[in-house]
Design a protein around this ligand. Structure first.
Ligand code: XMP
Length: 320
């Protein structure tokens, strides 16, 4: 049973001190690796890990081909300013290959999990001779996986999987007692710039969580472009999270006076505290129609844009 630390009860200085000690004693005189995705959780873990281990922690950014536009360089640059060196590893071909032909959401997550942990991390661990992987699992990830809502890609022990046996390295999870609001407080206390700890959450399976049906390079490009538009237009709304989702079903539309059986993008924008429950943000209608117009203008082949008005539950925040 993991003991939750609620954001309201969190003493960030004490938490940071305890976790730094915990990481140091777990790693001992060995080394550890850490995969930074630029999301809130992995950014906070990176700072915590560097405070604990300094040069004994090697931080990688895995380019899995599922990332948002310009993400690897942006993240590396932000961390360079914090004096944390980040090495970009291009593994996009491996991930796309593992995902080919898969439509089922849980199978997709599993393919990504296996590629990360069995292929990429295992290789990095072997090459760097590290024995530990530091990662930013939070309590919501564990809850949802155990409850069978979604298999979060980073949860093992609670499913009876021993990473040491399965993958050949140990996993250290310093944020596992926290939820997103607590993680943000720790990020702020660690001196992360707001553009890192105040970012909207982004899922581990990245844009693959936003594609219904098969993940292909072309479909990734469509959802990536829509994501850029939605994130730019909604960044000042104060919403908890917002996203573009590419549907599998096609619908009839009209382009240049001709019938086109085109693609559909769904926009979601959520108000939430900790992602356990959420309600759709009441965005001004002109903002929504403006978004639709921009998506249609910039992404050929899209003929329909919808807005999700369902709460979580029964909806979930991501579509996959
Ligand atoms: P759902 O879609 O389950 O999402 O309502 C709850 C929160 O978790 C994020 N999310 C993930 N984060 N790995 C992650 O690290 C995942 O597999 C994953 N799936 C969902 C989601 O963006 C939301 O903030």
């Amino acid at each position: 049973m993991i003991k939750e630390i609620k954001a309201g009860e969190l003493n960030t200085e004490k938490f940071i001190h305890e976790k730094v000690e915990m990481i140091r004693s777990a790693v001992g005189d060995g080394t550890a690796i850490n995969a930074l995705s630029g999301g809130v959780d992995s950014s906070v873990v990176t700072m915590l890990g560097h405070r604990a281990l300094g040069d004994k922690l090697k931080t990688y950014f895995i380019q899995n081909g599922l990332m948002r536009e310009s993400e690897p360089d942006r993240v590396r640059e932000l961390f360079r300013k914090l004096e944390v060196p980040v090495e970009i590893i291009d593994a996009s071909k491996e991930f796309l290959y593992a995902l080919r032909g898969i439509k089922d959401p849980e199978e997709k997550r599993e393919a990504i999990t296996q590629t990360f942990y069995k292929d990429v991390f295992r290789r990095l661990v072997r090459e760097s001779r590290a024995k530990h992987l530091l990662q930013g699992t939070i309590l919501t990830d564990v809850d949802e996986t155990v409850a069978g809502v979604k298999r979060q890609h980073n949860v093992f022990e609670q499913l009876g999987i021993d990473p040491q046996k399965e993958f050949g390295y140990r996993i250290i999870e310093p944020l596992i007692q926290l939820r997103k609001d607590g993680v943000r407080k720790v990020g702020s206390a660690l001196g992360l710039p707001p553009e890192l700890f105040d970012r909207i959450p982004f899922p581990g399976p990245a844009l693959a969580a936003r594609i219904i049906g098969e993940v292909t390079e072309e479909r990734l490009e469509t959802v990536r472009r829509a994501t850029t538009i939605v994130e730019n237009k909604l960044k000042d709304t104060g919403a908890f999270q917002y996203m573009a989702i590419l549907h599998e079903d096609r619908v009839t539309g009209m382009v240049d006076g001709r019938r086109e059986f085109g693609q559909q993008i769904e926009i979601r924008c959520w108000d939430s505290l900790d992602a356990r429950t959420a309600t759709p943000t009441q965005l001004p209608f002109e903002m929504l129609t403006g978004l639709a117009a921009e998506i249609i203008r910039q992404i050929p082949g899209v003929v329909s844009v919808t807005y999700n008005i369902t709460s979580k539950p029964p909806s979930t925040i991501e579509a996959v």
